[in-house]
Design a protein. Sequence first.
Length: 119
Amino acid sequence: MDCERAEKLIQPYVQDKMPENEMEDFIHHVRNCPACYDELETYFIIRQAARYLDDDEKQSYNLKGLLAKDMREKERRIQRKKHRNIFFSVLIFVLTILLILFTLHYLDFVEIPWLKGLF
Ligand SMILES: [Zn+2]
């Protein structure tokens, strides 16, 4: 991802409207590009500050640390989603294979010893 694209995504990022398929590239770019990081941090802090003023509890905010934390959380969310997708792909693959085997066995095309007696 280049700086131009990253800059366009800064607003969506701070507003939590980032397209998920761009999140990883964006975070990767921002981590390695001080100029974009600074810009993101500025917008992020402004947004957090606005939130802070609305927040009655006034916890001790570490605004700079919050961005790093926010990026880690978003990354983790994407990782989890990816793992889930891989898991379901594998699951569906295995179920499909089993279904094919059952069908072939049922139709007597193949003999599967551990299915004997089941059908
Ligand atoms: Zn950049």
